[in-house]
Design a protein around this ligand. Sequence first.
Ligand code: KIV
Ligand code: NA
Length: 274
Amino acid sequence: MREITPRKIIEMKGRERIAMVTAYDYPSALIADRAGMDIIFIGDSLGMVVYGEENTLNVTMDQMVFHTRAVSRAVKRALVLADMPFGSYEIDTDDALRNAVRLIQAGADAVKIEGGYDHRKLVKKLVRMGIPVMGHTGLTPQRYLRLGGYRLMGETEEEIEEILRDAKALEKAGAFAVVIEFTLADVAKLVTEEVSIPTIGIGAGPYVDGQVLVWHDLLGIYENIPPFVKKYADIGGMIRLALENYREEVKNGAFPARDHYWEFLDKDDFRRKA
Ligand code: KIV
Ligand code: NA
């Protein structure tokens, strides 16, 4: 079992802010775990940032299982959380339970579903069978078509009621935390005060119990970044520079140089690495 458990996440509320990041493959997850993240999350955002889709609606259970397996092999300390993709939990309860089991057996410690109130019975069943669940309210990207794209939520009384109702239903059903995505900060604050489980915000301001960002967004790997993201690095730019350098050195013959082929390699060093 990993060091960070759902119980520990719950205990962090009001004591220590929760740091969560997405990761989709082995080397990224290794770095995230070594960086001390509390939760490493295989989000269905992979449909967009890894597979280049316009939204998350085409992500399959197989994709989630493969990426969960890769991330799970790397993580020793953080809680590994896997998203349930669109269509994998809303249609049929037995199907939803089986799909959640697949993610757990791929190495996840918990699963996340979008919504709250509508899925309260499912959350209860998952928790009863021993699968920790995180909910997700505010902007729920799996409603992309109905919402007419991604937009700020919680501007009307009706939307605020809905968000609050989701969070309370999740708490009651036994979920260990809830993501609040892209709402006014005051709405996220209200929810955070009204429920005993931690709230983890993305584009929801500072008055929450933790924050989550998407790997490719925060690292600047990819150009299409939501407005609320802080870009902590320009890794995309670094990759491009490195590749341009490599291309240039192939073209001009600077690579491979003496250090890079057998006749001139440090043989002892080579054997140590092999
Ligand atoms: O899939 C995802 O990355 C998410 C986060 C943005 C919360 O659901
Ligand atoms: Na998601």
